[in-house]
Design a binder for this molecule. Structure first.
Ligand code: DGJ
Length: 703
């Protein structure tokens, strides 16, 4: 007997095919060569309990009920009520070295073929692609094709993320119980509530230590993540596209390809999982930092909203250029009858009312000040009050002749209509051809309801259409960057990374709230792909008033920018902003390439996080007080992931101005001390007594 052993970057995946179906015997830490496959398999054969199946059952990756499996099967579907139960026999195995394997199995009665490809990449991420083909003449109605991977019995905690507009990626951690913990997204887009990753954790796993297994569905439409523990005692993670009833009906010889699933294992806590996600994402040749450094961006939305005025925007461009901004983005309101959010979506033609001479004067002013120009679109949407809707009311997603309830006064265009797709593409293409536009921000502000194309569910097709739209726009405009936005962080996922270059992390620019949103979104997405802006002094989302120093110390940790009416900023504030921008430019190579570190906390009210360069010669940390400390002498600040044996020079830097403290005299190391990586990790540094919503930045350089 032979086992299939994939092995890379400290991860092993071991398959056994001896029972006639591929079964995963291990996914986790790298194991040595298996010399006695027989013994390995025997050690894992299940017992036979009383009042149960008479022979041990081997449950493979397709988890068929026919093999005695009583949890959720991999394939759910039927052919006019028949063939609802399948038993797939392994027909073909293709092994690609120690890195990839492909299995295809057939059920000759149900006349279905399923295939699954498992591939370990350089970072140890396991990429899984599944497909199902109908081999019969009668259509097969597929309800779901889920990718499942087993995790060890000793996982005890579930960690996933939930959210809503202005409040994305809240962690929910709980004990795993028997049953199925299912996170579903039915918004027709990725969703603010999308978990980004569903983890199963060994007891007590933290950011820095312990074992973590996670699954993430690479898909921007309806989605499902599952953590299932069955009463027999086994636990699995699952992920798959959530199909609406009748959405995939496979005709003869038709194949459904499930979205790719990324499976991550870490023996170094949640941060270890992040490191693998980031390594894989950064290895892509089109990863934005492999092309050029991430430019400091000014988006004018929270500065002017719909109040477009050339003089005002040129004054803003002046103020932006003065402090070192590199990209200037005109947001919503430049087209059609879009003077507010009641009209205009769908008419991607420059408004003569507000832009009598077109966008040329503004684009030229921005370019003349050494900045790139960016422009906002929301191409999948239409306001009923628009020329497009008046001409083509039949181009919206709808079912049963009903018009879906309006959401932000808008409907969704059905991009499966070739005419609708071409209309959007041609209008956007014309604007991009006319003006020197380096970048577009593409929004998606409503959920899909009753998403049908001629009565048939079409979320999947709509999702594929937006990928095609982005790809074709990029092909027609080489070098064009696209930001994926959906009322903030509603369309952030591991497939959109292949079509867009930046995500708008959240519409919430309040730095206090951004601390958590950024901390948890970067578990999967590297910071350089996440827009992080300094917002107005009084946050529009929450009304909180925060210092430039704290807003800067928060917005530094991503693709940094501003979203604030700089013409109202004082000279002192502008000089703080300039200092902050200079610092970002000088350090973005580190911020956008290093390992993201979240130090396990000693106090509930403060966080320490940072980025450490891969050679561990440089690091930058931020110590953040979200509320005042419980103690008059707060717990020491520890710095993780440095080289324990090396000496480092450590000092506090204040690129956006000094934070506020409650202390009379602060810790004595701020101006610089030399300490070993081990001392910094195990003893740490005395923490200052910061006021709530204040942060210090700690620069670390190998001595
Ligand atoms: C929602 C986005 O997230 C905002 O940043 C802004 O672009 C508005 N839409 C514009 O309508």
């Amino acid at each position: 007997m032979e086992l299939i052993h994939l092995r890379r970057a400290g991860v092993s995946v071991i398959f056994d095919t001896s029972s006639g179906t591929p079964a995963i015997l291990h996914w986790g830490t790298e194991l040595p060569d298996i010399h006695d496959a027989d013994a390995f398999v025997r050690a894992q054969l299940e017992l036979t309990p009383p009042c149960d199946f008479d022979q041990p059952q081997t449950i493979g990756i397709w988890r068929e009920n026919a093999r005695g499996f009583l949890g959720r099967p991999t394939v759910i579907g039927s052919r006019e009520g028949s063939d609802f139960s399948q038993k797939f026999d392994l027909r073909d195995v293709k092994l690609h070295g120690e890195q990839a394997v492909e299995f295809c199995s057939v059920d000759t009665d149900a006349e279905l073929e399923v295939c699954a490809k498992f591939e370990l990449d350089e970072a140890g991420i396991l990429h899984i692609r599944q497909s199902i083909t109908n081999l019969n003449l009668v259509p097969f109605n597929l309800e779901s094709l889920t990718t499942f991977v087993p995790v060890p019995d000793y996982v005890s905690e579930s960690l996933d993320f939930t959210g809503r507009w202005l409040n994305e990626r809240n962690p929910q951690r709980q004990r795993i119980q028997v049953g199925s913990w299912t996170r579903e997204g039915r918004e027709g887009r990725t969703g603010h509530d999308y978990t980004l990753v569903q983890f199963a954790l060994a007891e007590g796993a933290s950011f820095q230590s312990g074992e973590a297994w996670g699954l993430s569905l690479a898909w921007s439409g309806n989605n499902r993540h599952i953590l299932e523990r069955t009463p027999i005692g086994r636990t699995s993670l699952g992920a798959g596209e959530l199909l609406l009833p009748g959405e995939v009906i496979l005709g003869s010889n038709e194949t459904y390809e499930a979205p790719e699933v990324w499976a991550v294992y870490s023996a170094e806590g949640i941060d270890g999982a992040s490191a693998r996600f980031h390594q894989t994402i950064r290895a892509r040749s089109n990863h934005p930092t492999n092309i050029r450094p991430r430019p400091v961006t000014l988006n004018v939305w929270e500065a002017v909203y719909f109040d477009h005025n050339l003089d005002k925007l040129v004054a803003l461009a002046d103020a932006a250029a003065e402090i070192g901004v590199e990209r200037f983005v005109l947001d919503d309101g430049w087209f059609g009858a879009r003077r507010d959010d009641f009209a205009g979506l769908g008419d991607w033609v420059v408004s003569k009312d507000v832009w009598p001479d077109g966008l040329g004067p503004l684009v030229e002013a921005v370019n003349a000040r050494g900045m790139e120009f960016g422009l906002w679109f929301e191409g999948e949407m239409v306001n009923p009050n628009s020329d497009l809707y008046r001409a083509h009311p039949e181009w919206i997603l709808q079912s049963g002749g009903r018009v879906p309830p309006e959401f932000r006064n808008q409907q969704v265009l059905d991009l499966s209509h070739p005419g609708a797709f071409e209309h959007v593409f041609n209008q956007v293409h014309a604007i991009l051809s006319e003006y020197n536009i380096a970048y577009i921000k593409w929004d998606h502000n409503r959920v899909l309801t009753e998403a049908a194309h001629f009565g048939r569910p079409t979320v999947r097709k709509q999702t594929e259409a937006i990928y095609r739209m982005f790809d074709e726009l990029k092909a027609a405009h080489p070098g064009l960057e696209i930001e994926s936005c959906a009322s903030g962080g509603g369309r952030i996922d591991l497939e959109m990374i292949n079509h867009a270059d930046r995500f708008w992390t959240s519409d919430n620019n309040d730095a206090h709230e951004r601390q958590s949103i950024q901390r948890h979104t970067t578990i999967v997405i590297p910071p350089e792909m996440l827009g992080t802006h300094i917002g107005p002094t009084k946050a529009h989302s929450t009304g909180r008033t925060l210092s430039v120093s704290f807003r800067g110390a928060t917005a530094l940790w991503g693709h940094a920018g501003l979203e604030w009416d700089l013409t109202e900023a004082t000279e002192a504030q502008k000089s703080q902003l300039k200092g902050w921008i200079d610092y970002y430019k000088a350090n973005r190579d580190l911020l956008h390439s290093g390992r993201v570190v979240r130090v396990d906390q000693a106090e509930v009210n403060s966080w320490t996080h940072g980025v450490v360069s891969h050679d561990r010669s440089r690091a930058l940390f931020s110590h953040v007080a979200l509320a005042q400390s419980q103690f008059s002498r707060p717990a020491n600040i520890r710095l993780a992931n440095l080289d324990a044996a090396a000496d480092y020079f450590v000092r506090v830097v204040e690129p956006a101005g000094a934070p506020e403290y409650t202390q009379i005299a602060g810790p004595r190391w701020f101006e610089g001390v030399n300490l070993s990586g081990a001392a910094l990790a195990k003893i740490g540094l005395r923490a200052p007594a910061l006021r709530p919503d204040q942060a210090i930045l700690i620069e670390v350089t190998r001595a």
